[in-house]
Design a protein around this ligand. Structure first.
Ligand code: ANZ
Ligand code: ZN
Length: 825
């Protein structure tokens, strides 16, 4: 009995594909329509793991499917190779981050090749290569020219012991993730991208993504952008002696209709306004409170669980609709960076304001009668609709929308307020005080200020630093490379210094998909003609953990490039698939739980095809796979079964045998499955498609073993269909099967089987019913109806029942599907 040898097949076909450029995308005029399939490129941390195995096989099924459909497919690969882990590893080993990075890339590349992915290796890129980051810098400069990259002072998380800036993820419960020190805030001047300028377009263009992107990703992006409609309202500020500050303070509110219920005003402690308006008498208390605030995270500050705290600033605000003087507080539940950093507090109708009012014993005034219990006693604010009371022009109205509109009209007429739409989205802080990233191509000159590095001097390459040089010292490690830092100003020739920050790696990954279209381009980041030919990406695949940052930033980049006239679309990814995770025994794999599953070991044991098949067959691609519930051994067994069918069919008939004369029942079965598999793959129901391939193998096996035989032309046809459909998931065994069937390689070039629509219609044949030798009736039955069913049908037939006229039946002769002959007693 012949078995397929997984290891031998893997080595053989991997070499074949590479040698023949089977998966190299042709960007010339092929006459074929193009499809671009993209997996989120990997970060080079160690070897591939089960998560990669799942993500990349899904993309590969789609790429192979498009290819079989006759499209010219581009399915590229590269590495997101800048980043902190490389730097930390370099510090630990006293090495250069590039050593760790490129060694890991080689390991991963070998594993990707072994994993049988239909990747185009000629387009490979690494974001840490100067040939790549030259263009990241070039794009940065173009963004800056458009006013979309700018510097401003901003607060960052700061670890006083490690003397370093921490990303939000590195702050755990207010403490430094590494040393446990209390993290504070520090002000640094840093680079930002003006994403906020694109907030509305980022929202509007989501209409194009409906249906193509998972709904939950769209929802997360919508919430992240966080559009709010409301009004600015101006309050005059009065000191203790009644003198008014020349400038009013402005608050943002979504409920200007509750203005008559405002009983105090709250300012964020670190908003510039707070320090400006606080009286001398209150300043010490305020400053102590400010220090305390800097230690809380934004999440803590917005938590509704947390007891409310704050300090009186010694001044009063004057409500513009009724001239009421209300006290002004600083409290950390108000954020400095949203709206104006100041709110009018309406405790009766806003829960956070109510909690604060109750904590500090401030008045609660109901101005919308919602029928709810008095918030002052219940402790529950009443945000709903109701009858306005004590509210001037609003009295008598009952609808929120009407109320908001009426009061805003009045505020606008009186010049003390305006309609406003604001966004929660913040500008993108892209500066990192780190070494292993893309240098910011700016030179600071005392005389000229910020001077961009001229395009013809790009890339600004990283100076060579390693080991302890990279350890955090409170500034970017690049600052220590004085020879690199100190340069002549490109503008005036005077002494100047390079910017020592590097870019957030999300900048690198915001445009890599354009680069794949012309990866060796030395004239531009990408060739607009190639981008027009390949993009938008037909299918993007990657984890849902990127639902916000990466997937929002790359949309932002694309819109800017559109505005620059470099691309002619505004949404780069037509379809998005978020694959699930691979877990084990119901839990995420982790070292501490000891439930890790090693991809390499699984492949060694069962072979690549069996692992790929197991992953795809486990469930819908977006669901998690519990490795404890799947059977790679079962997958391997199935592949052997499929392989034997191909071997027998190949021995039974020669290539090119006309299937028309083959067994019709088998033909009808497999044509129906192939047709369905196409629809299933289109609909990303890959696991069900695999189930259908399995049914095809079963039906063909049965046909060979029970009468039809391996020499029937239908068996060859079925085996060929099995091979091509299986090649999407299990490419190595499929190549072997294709060869066993007598074909020239590669099955990747075989095209999709043509489904004969005539075989899809359900046919019927006429069955004659005889009683005592006389024709008494006729039945329409399927041609493959079995004897028992036909017998039942005949005996239940009305004409037969009448002809029997109550007599017992002695014999029933069934000749399926044409004749049933009944003999009464
Ligand atoms: C008065 C009011 C009365 C409010 C009421 C709400 C309900 P969204 O929908 O998220 O945009 N707010 C404004 N700026 C703030 C800041 N910097 N930090 C914390 N809270 C702030 O929320 C808008 C509402 O959040 C605003 O409307 C304001 O409170 C508060 F019955 O104004 B509201
Ligand atoms: Zn200068």
């Amino acid at each position: 009995e012949q078995r397929y040898d997984a290891v031998a097949a893997q080595e053989r076909w991997q070499a074949y594909w590479e040698e023949h450029g089977t998966f190299v995308a042709d960007d010339g005029e092929t006459g074929r329509e193009r499809r671009y399939v993209l997996d989120m490129f990997p970060y080079p941390s160690g070897d591939l793991h089960m998560g990669h195995a799942e993500a990349f096989v899904m993309g590969d099924v789609v790429a192979r499917w498009f290819r079989a459909q006759g499209f010219e497919v581009m399915h590229p690969i590269g590495w997101d190779s800048f980043g902190l882990p490389a730097e930390n590893a370099a510090i630990q080993r006293n090495a250069h981050p590039a050593e760790w990075t490129y060694a890991n890339i080689e390991t991963q590349a070998r594993s990707f090749k072994r994993y049988g992915l239909s990747l185009d290796w000629t387009r490979r890129l690494h974001t840490s290569d100067p040939e790549y980051y030259r263009w990241t810098q070039w794009l940065f400069l173009r963004f800056r020219e458009r006013g979309l990259a700018y510097r401003k002072a901003s607060f960052v998380n700061w670890c006083p012991k490690d003397q370093t800036v921490l990303a939000n993820e590195q702050v755990v419960g207010g403490l430094c993730e590494r040393c446990g020190s209390v993290v504070t805030k520090r002000q640094l001047t840093q680079w930002f991208f003006k994403v906020t300028e694109y907030a509305q377009r980022l929202l509007d263009d989501m209409a194009e993504l409906e249906g193509g992107w998972p709904e939950r990703v769209l929802t997360m992006q919508r919430n992240w952008i966080g559009r709010s409609e409301g009004a600015w309202v101006d309050f005059a500020v009065e000191g203790p002696d009644g003198t008014a500050r020349p400038e009013p303070m402005t608050v943002f509110t979504t409920r200007p209709d509750t203005l008559y219920g405002a009983t105090f005003v709250v300012v964020a402690p670190e908003a510039a306004l707070a320090a400006e308006i606080v009286t001398d008498e209150q300043r010490p208390a305020f400053e102590a409170y400010l220090e305390q605030t800097k230690r809380a995270t934004e999440i803590e500050r917005q938590s509704t669980e947390r007891p409310k705290t704050g300090v009186f600033l010694g001044v009063h605000a004057v409500n513009p609709v009724n001239d009421e003087r209300i006290p002004v507080y600083a409290a950390d539940y108000v954020l400095a960076e949203y709206g104006t950093g100041a709110v009018m507090a309406v405790p009766a109708h806003d829960q956070r304001d109510l909690d604060f009012a109750r904590a500090l014993d401030l008045p609660v005034r109901v101005v919308v009668d919602t029928g709810a219990e008095d918030p002052a006693t219940s402790g529950v604010a009443a945000p709903g609709n109701g009858q306005y009371v004590n509210s001037g022009v609003l009295d008598g109205l009952t609808d929120k929308t009407a109320g908001v509109s009426a009061i805003t009209d009045q505020l606008e007429a009186d010049g003390v307020g305006r309609r406003a739409t604001i966004f929660r989205l913040r500008d993108w802080l892209l500066s990192r005080q780190r070494y292993w990233g893309c240098p910011i191509p700016i030179i600071h000159c005392e005389r000229c200020g910020e001077v961009p590095v001229p395009d013809d001097q790009l890339p600004v390459e990283l100076p060579y630093l390693k080991g302890a040089d990279l350890a955090p010292k409170g500034t970017s490690p690049l600052a220590a490379a004085t020879e690199w830092v100190n340069v002549d100003c490109p503008s005036c020739g005077g002494p100047a210094s390079r910017d020592t920050d590097t870019m957030d790696t999300f900048v690198d990954s915001s445009w890599y998909f354009f680069r794949y279209c012309s990866p060796q381009d030395t004239e531009a980041p990408f060739d607009p003609d190639q981008v027009r030919a390949w993009m938008p990406v037909a299918q993007y695949v990657g984890g849902v953990e990127h639902a916000i940052l990466h997937l929002l930033y790359m949309r932002f980049f694309t819109k800017v490039l559109f505005d620059m006239g470099l691309v002619d679309f505004t949404e780069p990814m037509r379809r998005l698939l978020n694959q699930g995770q691979v877990i084990n025994q119901g839990k995420s794999m982790s070292k501490s739980l000891g439930n890790g599953v090693d991809l390499g070991a699984q492949i060694d044991e069962f072979g690549v095809d069996a692992i790929r098949l197991t992953v795809v067959f486990a469930g819908p691609p977006e669901d998690d796979i519990d490795w404890a519930d799947v059977s790679p051994a079962g997958s391997l067994k199935f592949l052997q079964r499929a392989y034997r069918v191909a071997v027998e069919a190949g021995a039974g008939t020669p290539v090119g045998t006309n299937p028309a004369t083959g067994d019709r029942t088998l033909r009808r079965t497999v044509h129906r499955y192939v047709d369905e598999i196409g629809t299933l793959v289109e609909g990303q129901r890959f696991n069900v498609a695999v189930a259908r391939i399995m049914e095809m193998v079963n039906a063909t096996r049965k046909a060979i073993d029970t009468g039809v035989g391996a020499t029937d032309p239908a068996v060859r046809e079925a085996a060929e269909m099995i091979t091509v459909t299986l090649s999407l998931v299990a490419p190595y065994v499929a190549e072997e099967m294709w060869e066993q069937l007598g074909h020239q390689p590669s099955v990747a070039d075989a095209g999709w089987p043509t489904v004969d629509s005539a075989l899809l219609v359900t046919e019927s044949v006429t069955c004659v019913l005889q009683v005592q030798g006389k024709v008494r009736g006729r039945l329409q039955v399927p041609p493959d109806v079995d004897e028992a069913t036909l017998r039942e049908l005949a005996l239940a037939d009305l004409a037969v029942v009448r002809a029997l006229d109550g007599r017992e039946v002695r014999t029933v002769i069934v000749r399926a599907p044409k004749l049933v002959s009944i003999v009464p007693a």
